[in-house]
Design a protein around this ligand. Structure first.
Ligand code: NAP
Length: 528
């Protein structure tokens, strides 16, 4: 497939007129061809106007065609073959194996959302039939369904160039809800974005949908990204990235004449609690698992464990020694961009210079560019609770072990943490009482609690929450991974006293789309 360096605006390849930018290979810091033209305000407006036009036909698409669209995107992504993996690897420094797994996750979640569309449960249909004889007042016939919000702006993430980018979870869930999507390409992987963008554009053409259903634009976040979110045609935003970027978009969205929701996934240090019974177990195995979770994908995962609470005393010392041994042999891997590697160095220095924090262990620097040696620090609970710098995310392979004296103190320390995506508890049966006391505190702080596991590796399914209170996300009532993510882009509408002829299909008595419904409070399940 030929990379053009163009944006894709409503099915057309458009050469941006506001300067250009190149992908960079972070392993070598070399520039990658072609140059990507950055769009002007007028070019952006063409994309948002087309998305607004596409909304009506796309939002009322019948389920079979709608689901087929998502499946066709998945098929088209697979059809790109190794070229996609090679370009993504060159632009991000991520290995081919990791990227193949990510591609499978991307196509898997598109197909999962196709199933969601076919089943139709997301439409949330409820029917309260009329009660004309009710006294003292009759009840009108009232029917509810969820409808899509309108065009959605998506900001791809640097650390998941496939699964959280152009055709990632935000786009898949917005499309499944019936919302056109405009993606602001992440400048760290422009070629990967174009390849996937072409796959989506082809699916739009194959299914003969309105071309405004999808656009992909190149430009700086601070200019074109901001303009996109301020555009009146846009009705919601999906974002994964830094707290600074996410909160800047939240401010813009809130200041619009019509404020809109921003679903931003930002920063999290994902505490792991090793309880006293667990620390007496196999220290080497625990240490290996922890180090693998810290260093996997160069630590550039939103669920990377930045914090490990370990009991003070001999058993905890044994675990700390095992961690030091496990980390020493680890080589640094190329980080996504030079900027992200230098932000990691800055974070490393600020923790290294913090009072009463020890550098417990370091791995080796990698042989490529931007591959700092992973690091694990150590301190104690009093120091941790007294120094907010130690609560900040260092995006990359770094973590802090915090030694505690009493398990009772963990709840208090947890209360001081910011909102998190995850918390993990390592516990044996003898720890269950302590774990039970900790869990209600964790529920208030995080979106997912894990027992005897590690936070990295997020399953895409129906029961997954990849969310949590601020600053893990901007919207704690939802998730950016899993099928529940579709609800971010929907809102309920009630239809009162409607004749059958005027009712939308899923609300009609005949139920032509065969969706499950709640009728007078009772579930009405369709045979499958
Ligand atoms: P980023 O700087 O927040 O960029 C993400 C996207 O938002 C990019 O498209 C960027 O545009 C845009 N953007 C940034 N600032 C903006 C602003 N003020 N207004 C509008 N748009 C804006 O994130 P990143 O480049 O992926 O990584 C930088 C840092 O983000 C990392 O060091 C890490 O701390 C954090 N991060 C966290 C996660 C997580 O899952 N928690 C994931 C990735 C990154 P440009 O293309 O112009 O930059």
């Amino acid at each position: 497939m030929t990379l053009t360096g163009h944006s894709l605006i409503a099915g057309e390849a458009v050469a941006g007129t506001e300067g250009r930018a190149f992908g960079i290979n972070p392993s070598t810091n070399e520039q990658l061809e072609p140059a990507y033209g950055l769009v002007s305000t007028e070019q952006l407006r063409a994309a948002t106007a087309a998305a607004a036009d596409a909304f009506k036909p796309f939002s009322s698409l019948e389920p079979v065609r709608h689901a087929r669209f998502l499946e066709t995107i998945a098929d088209n992504i697979e059809a790109i073959g190794d070229e996609l993996i090679e370009r993504a690897s060159a632009e991000t420094g991520l290995g081919a194996e990791r990227l193949r797994g990510e591609r499978a996750r991307t196509t898997g979640q598109l197909r999962l959302f196709a199933d969601v569309v076919r089943r139709g449960d997301f439409r949330g249909v409820r029917i309260d039939p009329a009660l004309p004889d009710r006294t003292p007042l009759p009840r009108a016939d009232i029917r509810l369904r969820q409808i899509p919000l309108g065009p959605v702006a998506v900001f791809g993430a640097s650390n998941f160039p496939l699964a959280f980018s152009v055709a990632g979870g935000d786009t898949a869930s917005a499309f499944a809800a019936g919302c056109p999507v405009i993606v602001k390409a992440h400048n760290a992987h422009p070629g990967t974005s174009e390849l996937v963008g072409q796959a989506i554009s082809r699916a739009v053409r194959d299914l003969e949908l309105h071309p405004g259903v999808f656009s992909l634009v190149y430009g700086a976040g601070t200019s074109i990204g901001q303009e996109l979110v301020a555009d009146p045609a846009i009705k919601a935003v999906g974002f994964t990235g830094s707290r600074a970027g996410g909160t800047a978009l939240m401010r813009t969205a809130a200041a619009r004449p019509e404020p809109i929701p921003v679903y931003a996934e930002m920063s999290s240090i994902n505490p792991v609690y090793v309880l006293p019974g667990a620390v007496r177990g196999d220290a080497d195995a625990l240490a290996r698992q922890y180090v693998a979770s810290v260093t996997g994908s160069s630590g550039q995962l939103c669920t990377s464990p930045g914090l490990l609470f370990v009991p003070a005393g001999e058993d905890g010392d044994r675990l700390a020694d095992a961690v030091a041994r496990a980390l020493t042999g680890q080589a640094g891997q190329t980080m996504l961009t030079e900027g992200i590697a230098s932000a990691w160095q800055q974070g490393f220095r600020s923790v290294e210079s913090a009072a009463e924090v020890e550098l417990l262990a370091r791995g080796q620097a990698g042989t490529t560019a931007n591959a700092p040696a992973p690091a694990i620090f150590s301190s104690n609970l009093d120091v941790f609770t007294g120094n907010r710098v130690l609560h900040e995310e260092i995006f990359g392979a770094a973590s802090l072990i915090v030694r505690y004296k009493n398990v009772e103190d963990l709840a208090e320390a947890t209360d001081l943490l910011e909102g998190q995506l995850t918390a993990s508890v390592q516990a044996t049966e003898e720890d269950y009482a302590s774990a039970a006391a900790l869990i209600p505190v964790l529920e208030r702080k995080v979106g997912r609690i894990i027992i005897n596991g590690w936070p990295t590796g997020v399953e895409v399914g129906h029961a997954m929450v990849h969310g949590g209170p601020y600053p893990a996300t901007s919207a704690p009532s939802t998730t950016s991974v899993g099928t529940l993510a579709i609800h971010r882009f929907l809102r309920p509408v009630s239809y009162q006293n409607f004749p059958q002829e005027l009712l939308p299909a899923p609300l009609q008595d005949a139920n032509p789309w065969q969706v499950n419904r709640l009728v007078d409070g009772e579930a009405e399940i369709q045979p499958r």
